[in-house]
Write a protein that binds this ligand. Structure first.
Ligand code: GLC
Ligand code: CA
Length: 527
């Protein structure tokens, strides 16, 4: 059975930063609704909206205090219903972000749990007695700095949190908790949600014995939470085998609604990525590494091929999201970075699955520069290290008016990054050679040539290095991500170049052709 998401193209929206309808400086659901005509013009099939639930906002909504209510700064349930109706009228599906690994410490469940060891909600969270020295029960660390355990003095037990102490981890070995989430999923499906992006999908189950993670390398800078986190091999706190059982159950819950389950996963190794999408578990999973690495094209293509060989339909391909510097910045900055970013996205469009763009990626945006005093991300504000994730989260540049058209007169929650007119939607929309129009052409190309995601994939032989050729039925995707021109022999027959990330050329070709450096081509066999 072909599902609606197969062959689709998604678009991630950070609700704080997309569009502010009531001029208070914070993006909202009505703002998204107002921009649906733009998204429809762009040609995407689905939006994924980062969390808009009731939340103290310490991790901008990834600390949920009520899974069934909307944070008034973003709007109301009625606004959500209207957004869904409007989006559906334009054939755009709406995917909401579900945060099952942890709640906010302000959630009623945690507040009840704090009341004592025998409270019914105590077991919704993960509690352990202190270690032999009175300290944390094991060596697990939080992504956001410090240990993954905080002591509740009243009960003299530690609770686990892979993120902030204000984001206590939920206990997925508790059947009552599992049942709560079945209900939450149904709540949003009943309101018309078409699917879920599952936050920290790899994190839900922990080692029942709570063993220490082995440390792989010494830590140079203890103030750098990412370095500290990556110094350990995460054998016991994440990516446990039993996690997929949770999603098999979710799959049954959402099936009657034809809703899609997309996991944010960070497995220990490439061969564990496809586990999340096998045997009736998740539908697709984000493979995140291309979203944080710098420009190492040979390595990137190698990994992409390895992951793709393990599942053709199961990956939501991405190079950008709200958690990392933008690809145009990571891949070299300026037009060099932008053009590499488009080359990678172009190849991803031939990889099956359900790829996603991150708001502003289509404009070729690079990261904003922010003053330290403006930073809001706890990774930056709670550690003496780095700038955190705010630089990718500045507001969408719609036009050259106040705050780049994000708010009417209010100052946005993050300064609007002084985008030039050439970076805005208003200017790029009317320029056929703009990054925006190139992304739009790419989306149109994928949608009008279903072989790109439907036909059986066949990796053709190519010499070692940053070059790949993938054939799918009538289509051929050629990546030359080397710094120089590369000459390649096409499969027999006549071909037409229908998309080239490096230029607007559309040409009929056959035999041996020269591929422009650092670019990707999509070709169709001429009949
Ligand atoms: C995911 C989100 C990130 C958030 C974290 C904790 O990685 O993408 O933004 O901070 O989970 O919920
Ligand atoms: Ca607002």
């Amino acid at each position: 059975m072909t599902s609606w998401w197969h062959g689709g193209i998604g678009y991630e929206i950070y609700p704080r930063s997309f569009a502010d309808s009531n001029d208070d400086g914070i993006g909202d659901i009505n703002g998204i609704k107002g921009r649906l005509p733009y998204l429809s013009w762009l040609g995407i099939n689905a939006i994924w909206i980062a969390p808009f639930y009731q939340s103290p906002g310490l991790d901008h909504g990834y600390d949920v205090s009520d899974y069934r209510a909307i944070n008034p700064i973003h709007g109301t349930l009625a606004d959500f219903d209207e957004l869904v109706a409007d989006a559906h009228g334009r054939n755009i599906r709406v995917i909401v972000d579900i945060v099952p690994n942890h709640s906010s410490s302000q959630h009623r469940w945690f507040q009840e749990a704090l009341k004592g060891r025998d409270q019914p909600h105590r077991d919704y969270y993960i509690w352990r007695d202190p270690g032999p020295d009175g300290g944390p029960p094991n060596n697990w660390v939080s992504h956001f700095g410090g240990p993954a355990w905080t002591l509740d003095e009243a009960s003299n037990q530690y609770y686990c949190h892979l993120f902030l102490p204000e984001q206590p981890d939920l206990n997925w070995s508790n059947p009552a908790l599992r049942a709560e989430f079945d209900d939450i999923l149904r709540f949003w499906c009943d309101r018309g949600a078409d699917g879920f992006r599952i936050d920290v999908a790899h994190g839900l189950i922990k080692d029942p014995q709570f063993r220490n993670n082995p440390q792989r390398v010494p830590i140079q800078d203890p103030d750098n939470p990412t370095e500290v986190f990556n110094a350990f091999e995460h054998l016991y706190d994440m990516d446990q085998d039993g996690t997929v059982d949770v999603y098999r159950r979710w799959n049954q819950v959402v099936e009657p609604y034809e809703a899609v389950l997309i996991g944010e996963s960070n497995p220990r190794s490439l061969d564990r990525v496809a586990r999340y999408v096998t045997n009736g578990s998740l539908h697709t999973v984000f493979y995140l590494e291309p979203g944080w690495i710098h420009w190492k094209p040979e390595d990137l293509l190698e990994k992409i091929e390895t992951v793709h060989r393990s599942t053709d339909t199961g990956i939501s391909w991405v190079i950008d999201n709200h958690d990392n510097p933008r690809s145009a910045t990571r891949f070299g900055g300026g037009d060099v970075g932008r053009s590499r970013s488009l080359a990678v996205m172009t190849f991803m469009m031939a990889l099956g699955g359900f790829p996603f763009l991150w708001e502003g990626q289509e404009l070729g945006l690079t990261d904003a520069e922010l003053d330290a005093s403006n930073l809001t991300d706890p990774i930056a504000t709670r550690n003496e290290h780095g700038v955190g994730r705010d630089t990718t989260r500045t507001v969408m540049p719609w036009d050259s008016s106040h705050a780049n058209g994000f708010s009417k007169s209010a100052e946005p929650w993050l300064p609007s990054a002084q985008r030039t007119p050439a970076e805005t939607v208003a200017v790029q929309r009317d320029d056929k050679s703009s990054w925006l129009c190139k992304h739009r052409d790419l989306i149109t190309t994928r949608r009008s040539h279903p072989d790109l995601w439907k036909a059986t994939p066949q990796w053709l032989e190519t010499p070692p290095g940053a070059v790949r050729a993938l054939r799918r039925g009538k289509m051929l995707a050629l990546a030359n991500w080397k710094p120089d021109m590369f000459s390649i022999e096409l499969p027999p027959g006549k071909w037409s170049i229908i998309y080239h990330s490096g230029s607007a050329e559309h040409e009929d070709v056959s035999g041996r052709i020269d591929l422009v450096a650092e670019s990707t081509y999509l070709l169709v066999a001429s009949t």
